[in-house]
Design a protein around this ligand. Structure first.
Ligand SMILES: Cc1cc2nc3c(=O)[nH]c(=O)nc-3n(C[C@H](O)[C@H](O)[C@H](O)COP(=O)(O)OP(=O)(O)OC[C@H]3O[C@@H](n4cnc5c(N)ncnc54)[C@H](O)[C@@H]3O)c2cc1C
Length: 402
């Protein structure tokens, strides 16, 4: 059985030279293997076309539900009452998706990470029961609407969208920006400030709500295959029963971000692995001066640095997942991982882009897509500077945000 698992993992992740993936169970490895098969059959043939036309391949993406990436019973062996698969599986699921394409991984993280965690951590028992299963089986698409046009890094203190209670319902007004998948989502968790107590609360806006409008941000040069919406909320009415009962201030939002920041660290790891794999393929195939590009010493030095980056990013991803599986959730851990992994991702896609030469600026070798998409990952879920400041606060015991 161990051999079967090793065989699957070796085939999936030859770049995992320290065998971090061996921490997965056979069942988890099998789900990832099935995920890979669906990616190769359904998504790979269309991804560049969708990236170019700035549309999301919904039909092909939802084939991933067939693998049960969020709820396959193989992910719950021995822990049948858990609401989520193990974090270590989660890390490799993100690795798998982002190793292929980061728009797909990002679409998944706003749905299965940000949105799903908001429901699990923010909802009361009734709300979790109503929303979570439909999200886990992809019947309902969800997202996460926190950032605003005028408040990105300073959203904790600056959040300007308002919620006013009127009897048994709330009235929302304001704007949100960059919200992944919000133009097609069925349920949209919107964070707004209660005008009475000034606390940040979360309201589930349902598709088609009067006064809700979501328009994709046009002309993006990064993550073109996922739409990020600019939302306007004009007197949107949300019943009190759709206010997530366990979100009563920014500390509850920060608790969600601990999880999702780790998820984005894993996406950066996946992009690092994907960029490395795509570059190695070209380096072994393309001839210049009568030999393979990968046979030059100077190319091998770059490939070695890229592999070191993959290994470093994997070590961060795997260790924070283990800590989370043990119940240790610290913002500094997620922030450090996001900061480090985004840095090595950026270094790796640039090295790969250079090795692939002119073909690396087209969509033909995949590296061009990784190179362009890395910029969005570098910025979202806490910019480099903001995550560094979170780590810095921990180091010296004083916040330096303002
Ligand atoms: C592709 C994409 C997808 C996204 N998806 C979502 C989503 O689904 N839901 C959601 O709610 N949000 C989403 N976001 C928003 C994202 O989280 C923000 O872009 C991010 O928090 C940064 O905010 P900003 O872009 O407004 O930059 P700003 O906050 O305006 O920052 C501009 C620059 O100033 C720097 N800076 C800011 N404050 C400091 C400081 N104190 N010290 C030093 N430097 C500082 C920043 O690091 C950055 O370099 C997404 C963004 C992108 C690009």
């Amino acid at each position: 059985m161990a051999d079967k698992k090793q065989e699957i993992l070796k085939e999936l992740y030859p770049e995992d030279i320290y065998s971090y993936a061996s921490k997965l169970t056979l069942g988890e490895a099998e789900v990832l293997q099935q995920t890979r098969q669906i990616i190769e059959k359904e998504l790979r043939p269309v991804i560049n076309e969708y990236w170019e036309k700035a549309e999301f391949p919904f039909e092909q993406f939802y084939k991933l539900a067939d693998a049960g990436i969020m709820n396959n019973p193989k992910l719950f062996e021995g822990r049948e009452n858990a609401q989520k698969p193990r974090e270590i599986y989660n890390a490799f699921l993100y690795y798998e998706l982002a190793r292929f394409d980061s728009s797909v991984a990002t679409f998944y993280t706003v749905h299965g990470g940000l949105g799903y965690n908001t429901i699990l951590l923010g909802g009361d028992e009734r709300q979790v029961k109503e929303f979570a299963p439909k999200v886990a089986n992809f019947e309902w698409q969800t997202c996460f609407a926190l950032t605003e046009p005028d408040h990105g890094s300073d959203v904790a203190g600056g959040l300007a969208t308002t919620a006013k209670r009127e009897g048994d319902h709330w009235v929302l007004n304001g704007e949100k920006r960059w919200i992944g998948g919000a133009d097609t989502a069925d349920i949209i968790p919107v964070f707004a400030r209660d005008v009475e107590d000034h606390k940040i609360k979360c309201f589930v806006v349902r598709k088609g709500a009067k006064g809700y409008n979501a328009v994709p941000v046009p002309r993006k040069v990064s993550l073109r295959a996922i739409q990020n919406a600019h939302i306007t909320l004009e007197d949107v009415v949300v019943p009190e029963e759709d206010r997530l009962q366990n979100i009563n201030g920014f500390k509850d939002v920060a608790n969600i971000l601990i999880h999702t920041r780790a998820d984005v660290a894993h996406i950066a790891t996946g992009m690092t692995g994907g960029a490395y794999a795509a570059t190695v393929k070209v380096a072994k195939e393309r001839d210049q001066f009568g030999k393979k590009v990968g046979h030059f010493q100077i190319t091998q030095e770059k490939l070695a640095r890229m592999l070191a980056n993959v290994t470093s990013a994997l070590s961060f991803s795997v260790r924070i997942s283990e800590l989370m599986d043990e119940g240790q959730y610290e913002m500094v851990n997620s922030a450090l991982a996001k900061m480090n992994n985004a840095l090595v991702m950026r270094d790796t896609v640039a090295l790969g882009r250079g090795i692939v030469g002119g073909n690396g600026i087209t969509l033909d070798t995949d590296i061009g897509r990784f190179f362009a998409d890395a910029e969005a990952i570098y910025t979202y879920e806490g910019t480099h500077e903001v995550n560094a400041l979170i780590v810095g606060r921990e180091i010296v015991g004083k916040g330096a945000f303002v």
